[in-house]
Design a protein around this ligand. Structure first.
Ligand SMILES: [Mn+2]
Length: 253
């Protein structure tokens, strides 16, 4: 126990990006190992087509490494992102992760802290919000999961390229959080701190809501360096993920 709770998001693990998974596994074994808890706030995986996609090596590897962490005494919590919202109990149970609702309010060393993936705060992106509402409906979810695996793989591929095209056509502001949606989340929850990912714009923002100072931490993605938020009773700080090669476990990748 280090008296620290860690937060990560947007790792976007995928077979074709072994460096990101190498860095993540190194982080689990060398940084998260003595944390009070680890929270994964969505988009752990680049995409997720169902817990029955059991042949995905990256999913199995990640499950083994996460399970090793929980077995050693660090609880791991997972919240869905927009890429891996189909991840379900079967997979979570296989690595002893607890599934969290989005958003959720936790007591973090005495500070009421709201955790969310962050996509629901991007209310200016109306077309995305409509899509999100549709695919999260239980009937649609069930229908998606009942399709053959091969077809789901093909759909995930086309959704990824479609999302890249859609992003290219949207402004920087539209894809960021909406300030009023953020303020409303603070007001509704009574939180004094918020932690989220999704926008890939790591930062610490300050504001005053209902006369109280609040802070909002945005987590970095792991496309490049990767990083995490470490919180203790004294406060939080954003830190870079250590590079595996620096500690002698170079992969030559
Ligand atoms: Mn996301």
């Amino acid at each position: 126990m280090s008296g620290r709770t860690l937060f990560i998001a947007d790792l976007h693990l995928a077979e074709e990006r072994p460096q990101a998974s190498g860095r993540f596994f190194h982080f689990l074994e060398n940084v998260a190992c003595d944390a009070d808890a680890l929270y994964i706030l969505g988009d752990l995986f680049e995409y997720w087509i169902g817990d029955d996609d059991v042949d995905a090596p990256i999913a199995r590897q990640a499950a083994d490494k996460i399970k090793a962490l929980t077995a050693a005494g660090t609880p791991v919590y997972f919240m869905h992102g927009n890429r891996d919202f189909l991840l379900a109990r079967r997979y979570a149970d296989s690595c002893d992760m607890a599934l969290l609702d989005d958003p959720v309010l936790i007591d973090l060393y005495g500070t009421p802290t709201l955790l969310t993936h962050g996509d629901t705060l991007c209310t200016d992106d109306r077309s995305y919000q409509r899509f999100r509402k549709l695919v999260r409906q239980p009937l649609v979810r069930g229908a998606l999961l009942s399709l053959p695996l091969g077809l789901r793989h093909a759909m995930a591929r086309s959704a990824r390229s479609g999302s890249e095209r859609a992003k290219a056509g949207k402004s920087y502001e539209i894809m960021d959080v909406n300030p009023e949606a953020v303020a409303e989340s603070f007001r509704r929850s009574g939180a004094l701190r918020m932690v989220h990912g999704h926008t890939h714009r790591p930062a610490r923002h300050h504001a005053t809501i209902a006369g109280k100072p609040v802070e909002r931490w945005v987590l970095p993605d792991w496309y490049d360096e990767g990083g995490y938020l470490a919180c203790s009773a004294q406060g939080c700080e954003l830190l870079p993920a250590p590079t595996p090669s620096k500690s002698g476990s170079a992969t030559g990748a």
